[in-house]
Ligand binder design. Structure first.
Ligand code: UGA
Length: 432
């Protein structure tokens, strides 16, 4: 099929590339001319495992093109996906101006029937607004259908998630676009849920908020574990073996971050408020998350007492493993707090150092994770990169002025760390 994706962020670029990989003919459109040039020249604007190779392969095969013309994309495709940002406004509500702008551009370029699919995360009722906008701005007065198709891929695992989705949600207002949408997703052999547009839009916010709730729940349990002497990993394992609960997203941490959960939670709380329901449960999810960072910071400052003049090593800057994304990263937040107290920082991340430089200044960026601890008063793990588990602990112990390690991701075994001579403080793994 001929498909256009408008927006080449994480979602748009992965979607376009994976559609091309499945055999579709794809144009990825972005209004950022520099980004389009970079992609046309074979460069990558983001780090996402496996993506670069797929882009290269599909460009070579002639199935994947980049353009900064929405008109070209609309003229040459049957189905147009909108994957532009929906950022948060200061009050937590969603800024829909990119969605509105793109809807108008699409309307202005339409000369025949098109299916316009919203992939961006949007408040319930956006599909209706998109349809109204297209109707208003389409001079040719042609037929069209608006579809909601929320995306569930995770950064860092985006290609795998897209190629093997648990489900594909397709929200429609009429039966006409259903078959085309089934054809688009046929190569992925995933269950397709066809529903109304409102439900499809709600599924996305409800799912992300539930996952955030799951993390806050285990983080709250981690506090109880610290107070009682239990081990949160044992508790999560025991809970997770109940198939109704599941073990995934039960890893206690210094809190969740990223460009999705914090934004989507705030948006969902706002949307609920506007619909007349005060979603107190989700407000508590936010508060638990904020307190989790406070608690971790307090662990560091209680142990080291005065931070001014101390040098601390921080491993991990990305908001999670396998990505170079530092948006709303708990690790960056922690670094800023430590700097505010006067600590000097030596930091490392396997992929995110370049992007971190824009938001984290006056620190020493260290290329080798095993060299971070040199001359530090303590080491802190802030991101769950699997390679940190391979840290040379003997070397770190010798490099540190005092062998103190704060682990915001529970990467090491408590007893083993004590055996190695560390003062080791992690999350929710108190000693009776
Ligand atoms: C999330 C959802 O998982 C995706 O399904 C969704 O498509 C995406 O948002 C989106 O709306 O675009 P993502 O933000 O890429 O994906 O990252 P996650 O893997 O969900 O992690 C979010 C945060 O939670 C990270 O900071 C991570 O470290 C933290 N986390 C995750 C925990 O603290 N504990 C866990 O057990 C799992």
């Amino acid at each position: 099929m001929k498909l256009t994706i408008i927006g080449t962020g994480y979602v748009g670029l992965v979607t376009g590339t994976c559609f091309a990989e499945a055999g579709h003919e794809v144009i990825c459109v972005d209004n950022d001319a520099e980004k389009v040039k970079l992609l046309q020249a074979g460069g990558m604007p983001i780090y996402e495992p496996g993506l670069e190779e797929l882009v290269e392969k599909n460009v070579k095969a002639g199935r994947l093109h980049f353009s900064n013309s929405t008109r070209e994309g609309v003229e040459r495709s049957d189905v147009i996906f909108i994957a532009v940002p929906t950022p948060a406004q200061p009050d937590g509500s969603v800024d829909l101006s990119f969605i509105e702008g793109v809807s108008r551009e699409i309307a202005g370029a339409m000369t025949g029937y098109r299916i316009i699919v919203d992939k961006s995360t949007v408040p319930v009722n956006t599909g209706r607004k998109v349809a109204e906008t297209i109707q208003r701005y389409c001079k040719a007065k042609v037929d069209f259908d608006v579809v909601s198709n929320p995306e569930f891929l995770r950064e860092g695992f985006a290609v795998g998630d897209f190629m093997k989705p648990d489900r594909v949600v397709v929200g429609v207002a009429s039966p006409r676009p259903i078959q085309a949408m089934k054809d688009v997703f046929a190569p992925y052999n995933a269950p397709i849920i066809v529903t109304d547009i409102h439900s499809a839009e709600l599924i996305k916010h409800a799912a992300n908020s539930f996952l955030a709730l799951k993390i806050s729940y285990i983080n709250a349990i981690s506090v109880l574990c610290e107070l009682s002497g239990a081990n949160v990993q044992e508790v999560a394992n025991g809970m997770g073996m109940d198939a109704r609960i599941g073990r995934k997203f039960l890893d206690a941490s210094l809190g969740f971050g990223g460009s999705c959960f914090p934004k989507d939670l705030s948006a969902f709380i706002q949307i609920s408020e506007q619909l007349g329901y005060s979603f107190g449960l989700l407000k508590e999810v936010q508060q638990i998350n904020a307190r989790q960072m406070d608690r971790f910071f307090k662990k560091i400052s209680d142990t080291l007492w005065v931070l001014k003049g101390k040098t601390l090593g921080v491993l991990g800057l990305a908001f999670k493993q396998n990505t170079d994304d530092v948006r709303m990263s708990p690790a960056i937040d922690l670094c800023h707090r430590l700097q505010k107290e006067g600590a000097a920082l030596r930091v490392h991340d396997p992929q995110a150092m370049e992007k971190a430089r824009a938001v984290l200044k006056d620190v020493t960026y260290v290329a080798d994770m095993n060299a971070v601890a040199e001359g530090c008063d303590a080491l802190i793990i802030a991101t769950e990169w699997p390679e940190f588990k391979q840290l040379d602990l003997e070397k770190a112990r010798k490099n540190l002025t005092h062998p103190i390690l704060f682990d915001g991701r529970n990467l090491f075994d408590v007893n083993e760390m004590e055996r190695l001579g560390f003062l080791y403080k992690s999350i929710g793994r108190g000693k009776p």
